[in-house]
Design a protein around this ligand. Structure first.
Ligand code: FES
Ligand SMILES: [Fe+2]
Length: 426
């Protein structure tokens, strides 16, 4: 929608931005904010297991400073940083068999926050009877540490997704960010990267035209795109004609902050029912203006993470190239972080090609409202032990002859719908 001020030539003077953050509810993540309370109903990965070994690690999640630690017995804990005795930071704590011992006077804090020992206090001290330091539940799963920071009585089971629980022969999970073994900290609001995940237009523009073919040249073929709501979030379906084939690429966005990406080695030339995903990722908010990209890479026959592939995946995902080079060949980091620490939605002119963005925002608003009204938001699963079905894949098959009065657009849409409906899953 264009404002009156945006219809004037040379009109920058009249287009001053207003103070404040439009759509603040969905962008702020701190305790007590509507968006923050919503996000606190879900488990979020906060670190790779490999990052928490002998020494505690100070982290920030959802605007809260915390200390993550591993006991000598191998259990992981997540606690507020200041020791409940006199406030020394527990990042200087000493891991013990069953907790973390403060460096200052030796109080011992268990993984659930219980004060287990207060060495200089009398044996009958009330502090070792029932004093709990602030702690959050954590679970370690497949090399990642997940935290739940919501009300304990609302805690759901840790969700388990099919692509992780049912690895196919030749597949292996590797914790990391955009590349194996390394998470990525981006200085912008978490919503920006999730909107990008539902914006396949950027794949053929930014990743193929603006910066040269980053993946296969076939990514530069303009796809027919559809979006569909799923039980856990939404998918985009991008269908391209490659020779006689339909190449359909389906990507999940799982509410609120997970996305899954299909192999980027695909060129649509060889027929296949199921080309697997290579990435399942959370954007875990650090605060309103920073997030951590963390999850698993899924190695398969189709995507091996050799040095060349790691360089390809890392390209444009940080600010570690000379600036002029980034200007000449920008990447995801440049496009999304440059939207601003908190992208100002008042600046936008969303079009029909931004349907994925608007659908995601609508679901986000609905989820925030659900939590406000005491309901479970979409994406939250309470069925213990259920393996949750996802939809991400590449599929390549013969497009066939068009039916009477069927256009190529119709054919591609129909091909896309068949894949999204699960016809080509195995
Ligand atoms: S401040 Fe931690 S034991 Fe005293
Ligand atoms: Fe991208």
């Amino acid at each position: 929608m264009k404002s009156a001020d945006a219809t004037m030539p040379n009109g920058a003077y009249h287009q001053r931005e207003k103070a404040g953050v439009p759509n603040e509810e969905m962008l702020r993540v701190g305790p007590g904010t509507p968006g923050g309370e919503y996000l606190r109903r879900f488990w979020h990965p906060v670190a790779m297991s490999s990052e928490v070994q002998n020494l505690p690690k100070r982290i920030k999640v959802l605007c809260e400073d915390l200390v993550l630690f591993r006991t000598r017995a191998g259990e992981v804990g997540l606690v507020r940083p200041h020791c409940p005795h006199r406030g020394a930071s527990l990042e200087f704590g000493i891991p013990d068999d069953c907790g973390l011992r403060c460096c200052y006077h030796g109080w011992l804090i268990g993984v659930d926050g219980k004060v287990l020992e207060a060495p200089a206090e009398p044996e009958a001290s009330p502090y070792t009877k029932d004093l709990y330091h602030g702690a959050y539940p954590v679970k370690e799963y497949e090399g990642l540490i997940f935290a739940y920071m919501g009300p304990t009585e609302e805690m759901p089971p840790l969700p388990v997704y099919d692509i992780v629980a049912r690895l196919k022969p030749g597949q292996r999970l590797i914790p990391g960010g955009w590349t194996p073994g390394r998470t990525y900290h981006w200085p912008c609001n978490w919503v920006q990267v999730k909107e990008n995940a539902m914006d396949p237009v950027h794949t053929f523009y930014l990743h193929t035209i603006a910066s040269g073919a980053q993946f296969t040249p076939e990514f530069g073929i303009v796809p027919e795109i559809e979006y569909k709501e799923t039980p856990i979030g939404m998918v985009y379906i991008a269908s391209r004609k490659v020779g006689d084939n339909a190449w359909v690429r389906v990507h999940d966005l799982i509410m609120p902050n997970i996305h899954i990406v299909a192999s980027v080695n695909e060129d649509g030339k060889a027929e296949k029912n199921y080309g697997p995903p290579y990435l399942m990722h959370w954007a875990t908010p650090i605060d309103d203006e920073n997030f951590l990209e963390i999850g698993w890479l899924i190695e398969s026959e189709e995507m091996k993470f050799d040095q060349a592939m790691i360089e390809k995946l890392h390209f444009g995902m940080m600010d570690d190239r000379p600036f002029a080079e980034r200007q000449m060949a920008p990447g995801d980091y440049d496009a999304q972080v440059s939207q601003g620490p908190i992208h100002n939605h008042d600046r936008e002119h969303l079009g029909v090609s931004d349907r994925g963005v608007t659908m995601f925002r609508r679901m986000l608003r609905a989820g925030i409202d659900d939590v406000r009204n005491g309901k479970d938001p979409k994406g939250l699963n309470r069925a213990e032990g259920e393996v949750i079905a996802t939809h991400t894949q590449n599929a390549v098959f013969k497009l066939g002859e068009p039916g009477a009065s069927e256009t190529l657009k119709d054919q591609l849409r129909n091909a896309g719908r068949r894949v999204a409906a699960g016809e080509f899953r195995c």
